[in-house]
Unconditional design. Structure first.
Length: 227
């Protein structure tokens, strides 16, 4: 993949021009990537990647994704090999809408709440263009102050929206919807690692976990109504 990416970059450098129509300049000696990557591979589960998340040591893992409604019912579950959540906002929404449609639910969500890690300008604007409002913090929980360069435009508009009474009320729903779901699965049910190897197997396992979560929610609902 690195070799293909480098070849595409070199072709772009050779044919592109700057805003004045001049040939792009750079290092006269082109970069030559190694034939074999200077890295190691997990031979027992080559699909998994080393995940580096701020505040935790690096570990071989997958990144699990989930979308829920306001009743903590999981509507979509996915497994990715990227440590950041960046880039997965619109794909998760599409998966959610596809699952709902499959079950005869045609009503679309009015608001999409997302963690700061899902911030993606193009995807957020595309979702807004589809008539779904997106609320996501531009500032991460583990960062003090604003991200460098994220001072104006859409970033500041979102800060002002989240600071409004309506924005605060809506965004606070994350704390009682998606966050408790992961807490229940990881801490109450003690499911904090996959038992199977390979992304396809991990995805099947994660979807089984999320399905049983929904069954437990349904069971609790029946008990509450019976009482």
């Amino acid at each position: 993949m690195d070799l293909v990416a480098n070849e595409a970059y070199e072709r772009w450098r050779a044919s592109s021009r700057d805003t004045l129509g001049r040939v792009l300049k750079g290092n006269s000696k082109p970069f030559t990537p190694p034939e074999l990557p200077d890295a190691t591979i997990n031979i027992s589960d080559p699909d998994s990647h080393v995940m580096r998340t701020q505040g935790t040591p690096p570990r071989q893992a997958y990144n699990v994704q989930a979308a829920v409604n306001d009743r903590q019912v999981i509507l979509a579950a996915e497994v990715t090999v990227d440590a950041p959540d960046f880039g997965h906002l619109e794909p998760m929404l599409d998966t959610t809408l596809r699952h709902l449609k499959r079950h005869g639910v045609t009503e679309r969500p009015e608001v999409l709440l997302a963690d700061a890690g899902y911030w993606h300008n193009a995807q957020m604007e595309a979702i807004e263009g589809r008539g779904i409002e997106v609320l996501a913090s531009p500032d991460g929980n583990m960062r003090e102050g604003k991200r460098p360069g994220w001072d104006h435009g859409l970033y500041q508009q979102m800060r002002e929206k989240l600071a409004s009474d309506r924005g605060r009320k809506l965004y606070a729903q994350r704390k009682i919807t998606i966050e408790p779901v992961f807490g229940q699965i990881k801490h109450n049910r003690r499911i904090d690692r996959f038992m199977r190897r390979g992304r396809a197997a991990a995805r099947s396992e994660w979807r089984l976990v999320t399905a049983t979560h929904n069954l437990l929610k349904l069971h609790s609902h029946w008990i509450a109504n019976a009482g």
